[in-house]
Design a protein around this ligand. Structure first.
Ligand code: KG4
Ligand code: ZN
Length: 329
């Protein structure tokens, strides 16, 4: 069975063809990074317009790479939230038009669920439940208990900035490009010594995160309000260490408290090699994490999550709407 996965929730126009829920036949991502870079962040209106222009060429390329024709697509899975409303609408309407044109079922996918399912794509292992998912992206930092397919309970979340957002904001403070995560990771790798220990937030709920205090601290250091500023590579390394430590500490605690059988690390920030290695070191159970290219937004993760939804009998009608504020758990 060939599932077409369509993802347009933010600044990537992405379409994939995935066979039987696992095997990626094509995974085309048209990134808008350059378009938004000069503004230092994603401009929603520009994102929608760019999605409109990219949809058909990206579909053509995906079908070509997968060596399938439209009639060989069996189901259409599409992100319906969370994300930017205008951007989501482009992908959703495109998916509906296709479903109507080739008379195939339409499946709505939660973007966050897509990030989780990316972990089991290709040669990944079978999921072991209960699992603990740490979803860290540009818009979300969630600790989610996954009791089975489609069964989620959110245990913790960020009370202010998402982890990826913190990377992006601190990158801007350090004069680095957008997106900030990869830029900070590269700079931190050049640091000889770290710039001392930066704070970790203490919160009332055990699995919640907060990164805005850390960002303010970096801002004060950069402005010289805390004495002579250290080299930016040292500061980037100390910032990265603080974020990674907070994420790993909370995820490991939640995993232990809920006796899970595995931890799934998901979302764009899961591409960070420090986070991957520190979590693998400190986790009491196996850590499943997608290869870095499948951590950031892509269509294959939507196709594989959509396949599972289809197996569970969850298809949508053409009245399906976007849900920009959709949560998980
Ligand atoms: O999941 P994603 O592609 O889009 C959203 O759903 O938000 O995540 C994008 C976020 C950005 O904030 C980006 O800076 C961050 O993921 N990111 C990273 C790395 N690669 C991407 N953060 C830290 N280290 C990385 N290597
Ligand atoms: Zn994402």
């Amino acid at each position: 069975m060939n599932v077409l996965g369509i993802e347009t929730s933010c600044d990537e126009t992405a379409i994939a063809v995935v066979q039987d829920g696992r095997r990626i036949l094509a995974n085309v991502v048209s990134s808008q990074v350059e378009l938004h870079a000069r503004y230092g962040g994603v401009v929603p209106e520009l994102a929608s317009r760019q999605h409109l222009q990219a949809m058909v060429p990206v579909l053509d390329q995906a079908l070509h790479e997968a060596s399938v024709v439209l009639e060989e697509i069996d189901v259409i899975a599409v992100t319906h939230g969370p994300g930017l409303a205008g951007a989501l609408l482009v992908g959703l309407n495109f998916a509906k038009a296709m479903a109507l044109a080739i008379s195939r079922p339409l499946v709505a996918v939660n973007h966050l669920e897509g990030h989780i399912y990316a972990a089991w794509l290709e040669r990944g292992p079978e999921p072991e439940f209960p699992a603990l998912a740490l979803i860290v992206s540009g818009g979300h930092s969630d600790v989610v208990l996954m009791e089975g397919h489609g069964r989620y309970q959110r245990l913790g979340e960020t009370v202010d900035d998402a982890a990826g957002e913190a990377f992006d904001k601190v990158a801007r403070l350090l004069g680095l490009g957008f997106p900030g995560g990869p830029a900070i990771e590269r700079l931190a790798a050049e640091a000889g010594v770290k710039a001392g220990r930066l704070p970790r937030a203490r919160l009332e709920r055990p699995y919640d995160f907060s990164f805005s205090g850390l960002k303010t601290k970096v801002q004060r250091i950069v402005r010289g309000e805390e004495g002579e500023a250290p080299p930016s590579a040292a500061l980037a390394a100390a910032f990265q260490e603080s974020v990674v430590d907070s994420l790993v500490t909370k995820a490991v605690q939640a995993a232990t408290d809920h006796a899970v059988r595995e931890i799934v690390l998901a979302g764009g920030v899961a591409a960070n090699s420090q986070l991957r290695s520190v979590l693998a070191e400190r986790s009491p159970v196996p850590v499943v994490v997608p290869p870095p290219v499948l951590c950031t937004d892509n269509g294959a993760m939507i196709a594989t999550a959509g396949y599972q939804r289809l197996l569970d009998g969850q298809t949508s009608g053409l009245d399906l709407d976007i849900d920009p504020g959709l949560r998980i758990g």
